[in-house]
Unconditional design. Structure first.
Lengths: 160, 200
């Protein structure tokens, strides 16, 4: 019984000594580390978040965001307007070209019709001219010409 | 404070109320600065013992004091200032372990000291080289046992045997009953005893 108590006491004493040494060791280490100058580590995300969260940075970023959103929407609106104008101009040009083509075709048809009419008129005019009787003063020449025409025909018949 | 302000403002003296507020704020700041400088080494020591990482301990000490400063006005003095500060430190330490567990896949800078290495710090007493060697061995074995403890057991053990806090103070700091604290401490001591006994 006494031996057990003695062993237990020895064990407790050793435990107490170990705990005391542990405590003193911890205190010594802590004092040594505490007296060191140390830069506090911050994660990159933490640093970035702190930078973003600072009032000046937040103000700058919100201004930039506002300018970007307003500028972006204006640019988009402007581009849409330009595109619409371009499409309208293209449409107009196409319409004009179609009208022009139609007009040209119409003109051409009219011209063709006119020229046909002119030819007919000219022919009828020539016919009428030819059919017109020679003036009295020119009658002998006309007779002569008709004679020579018939004489020439006779000559060619003779040759054959 | 709020009552004083209301009374003074109802009396039509806002300038006096503002001056009093400013004075109270200034007193509060001075009071907190004193508290911070007094308890900072102790908080650092507890966090260093728990984390074995001087840089992390310093960072968490700063965070703890920052948090305490923000909530200084709401501190009602129901527990001692040290218990209150340690409660904040324990919560921060828990968050730290949690984030470390979550970030296990991330290559983070880790300055933690191994238990073997932590046992190298010994107070330069007047003991003989043999005694120094024995003490160093004992410290190494205690660290080895502490390494195998659960987070809560380790916290209780550190508060009891490094900070030399009473059971009811530990219970107040951790937010557990005294019985639970005793149970955790008992399990921790069994482990330490076994480690030291295994050496013999």
């Amino acid at each position: 019984m006494r031996i057990d108590e003695q062993n237990s006491n020895t064990g407790d004493m050793e435990l107490d000594a170990a705990l005391k040494n542990f405590r003193e060791s911890m205190h010594g280490w802590s004092e040594q580390e505490f007296s060191k100058t140390r830069v506090i580590r911050r994660s990159r995300w933490d640093a970035a978040w702190r930078a973003i969260a600072s009032p000046a940075m937040a103000w700058t970023m919100s201004c930039a965001l506002l300018v970007a959103s307003v500028g972006g929407s204006l640019t988009i609106h402007h581009e849409r307007q330009v595109e619409a104008a371009r499409q309208q101009a293209t449409l107009k040009q196409q319409q004009m070209e179609q009208e022009k083509a139609a007009m040209m075709a119409e003109n051409k048809a009219a011209a063709t019709a006119n020229s046909a009419m002119d030819d007919d008129e000219l022919l009828s005019h020539v016919d009428s001219d030819i059919a017109q009787a020679a003036p009295d003063a020119m009658q002998p020449l006309a007779i002569l010409m008709s004679d020579s025409g018939s004489a020439g025909a006779e000559k060619s018949a003779d040759k054959q | 404070m709020a009552t004083t302000t209301t009374v003074l403002e109802s009396m039509g003296k806002p300038a006096v109320a503002t001056a009093l507020q400013r004075e109270a704020a200034s007193n509060s700041a001075a009071e907190f600065a004193e508290v911070a400088s007094r308890f900072r080494p102790q908080i650092f020591r507890f966090l260093l013992a728990s984390l074995r990482d001087p840089d992390a301990a310093e960072t968490l000490t700063q965070d703890c004091l920052l948090k305490a400063h923000r909530n200084w006005a709401s501190f009602r003095g129901e527990s001692s200032v040290m218990t209150w500060l340690l409660r904040i430190a324990i919560n921060l330490q828990k968050d730290h372990w949690r984030s470390r567990r979550l970030q296990f896949w991330k290559q983070t800078s880790n300055n933690s000291v191994d238990a073997e290495e932590a046992g190298n710090w010994l107070p330069s007493g007047e003991s003989s080289p043999e005694q120094q060697t024995v003490a160093k061995d004992q410290v190494r074995l205690v660290w080895k046992a502490v390494k195998g403890l659960s987070e809560r057991q380790r916290t209780v053990f550190m508060l009891r045997h490094v900070e030399e806090m009473e059971i009811h103070e530990i219970a107040g700091a951790i937010g557990l009953s005294e019985g639970t604290v005793k149970a955790h401490l008992s399990r921790a001591m069994v482990r330490v005893r076994a480690e030291l006994g295994g050496k013999r």
